[in-house]
Design a protein around this ligand. Structure first.
Ligand code: G
Ligand code: G
Ligand code: MN
Ligand code: NA
Length: 258
């Protein structure tokens, strides 16, 4: 209950912050974008994980407010980095199942935010999990359709951990598959996982989708997936999610300034 009360003031008290994890082009190891991951710095509890407070925000009916704050902050930051000459970065934002189900709020925020940040819609990507889509397939299909018609990119997050992974790809046209990191963890030891990555890449290609591999932690894992034809990678091997100021240091070392 105390957590709920505090969360309802977190935005106005400026306690939310976005961390960013770089998304790397596997072909040249350059940063092509970033995933925004929200953090709540509670005045007495310290850092509260989104795993713990996003469900609370959903229950309280304020997830649309949190989502709007995240989207606005993420796009504003991206605009600053694009203006600073770090390239046409893409920003990836996680969507909760509820945001996907109640699309009116989301669609309105997206229009506002894109206009204000002057980002190209193709620079914005939403990540949705398989289970979020399967919770409410009809609503999800409508929401994703509207977003994609505007040019916004959709990625399936944590791919391979939910149900109906394969069949629904045909029904839910998306732009990208993010292979869950559980398939990467024991890539070194278990042969079967390399075969899964290969199969997902093949499947994605036949549907015209790009492939992201998450959770790369070692050079060995990177080497193993380079040969599988994935497009982009993320993981602690490159960087954890970090505050904006630290991310800018990465960007500086990453590109040749104009
Ligand atoms: O960054 P971290 O590992 O703590 O993220 C934990 C989980 O919280 C991940 O599943 C991530 O997708 C989710 N998450 C992080 N930021 C957001 C956000 O802004 N909105 C939603 N809905 N989920 C988020
Ligand atoms: O569910 P989602 O994929 O959005 O969760 C993203 C979270 O996964 C990030 O917040 C981050 O904390 C975590 N993550 C990202 N890269 C790695 C990694 O290489 N190893 C581990 N263990 N976690 C990671
Ligand atoms: Mn994600
Ligand atoms: Na994921």
């Amino acid at each position: 209950k105390a957590l709920e009360r505090d969360l309802s003031h977190a935005i106005e008290n400026d306690e939310l912050e976005l961390f960013y994890q770089p998304i790397i082009d596997i072909a040249n190891h350059k940063i092509i974008g970033m995933e925004a991951l929200v953090r709540w710095f509670h005045p007495s509890r310290g850092q509260v994980s989104p795993v713990d407070f996003i469900p609370v925000a959903e229950r309280m009916g304020i997830i649309a407010d949190v989502g709007r704050w995240v989207l606005n902050q993420a796009c504003k930051q991206t605009r600053q980095w694009v203006d600073a000459g770090y390239g046409e970065l893409t920003i990836s934002v996680n969507l909760s199942p509820l945001e996907l189900a109640r699309h009116e709020d989301l669609i309105e925020s997206v229009g506002d935010v894109l206009e204000r940040s002057r980002l190209n819609p193709t620079q914005l990507q939403f990540e949705v999990t398989e289970s979020a889509v399967m919770d409410n397939p009809r609503e999800a299909a409508i929401t994703l359709g509207i977003l994609r018609n505007q040019g916004i990119r959709i990625a399936i997050d944590d791919f391979g951990t939910g149900y109906s992974s394969l069949a629904y790809l045909k029904r839910f046209p998306v732009d990208k598959i993010k292979i869950d990191r559980s398939f990467i963890i024991d890539l070194d030891s278990r042969d079967g996982n390399a075969a899964i990555v290969r199969a997902v890449v093949f499947l994605a290609r036949s549907f015209g989708m790009a492939v992201n591999v998450e959770g790369i932690e070692t050079e060995m894992q990177l080497e193993r997936i380079v040969s599988e034809g994935v497009d982009e990678v993320q993981g602690f091997y490159f960087s954890k999610p970090i505050p904006a100021s630290d991310f800018e240091v990465l960007l500086k070392s990453n590109v040749t300034m104009p």
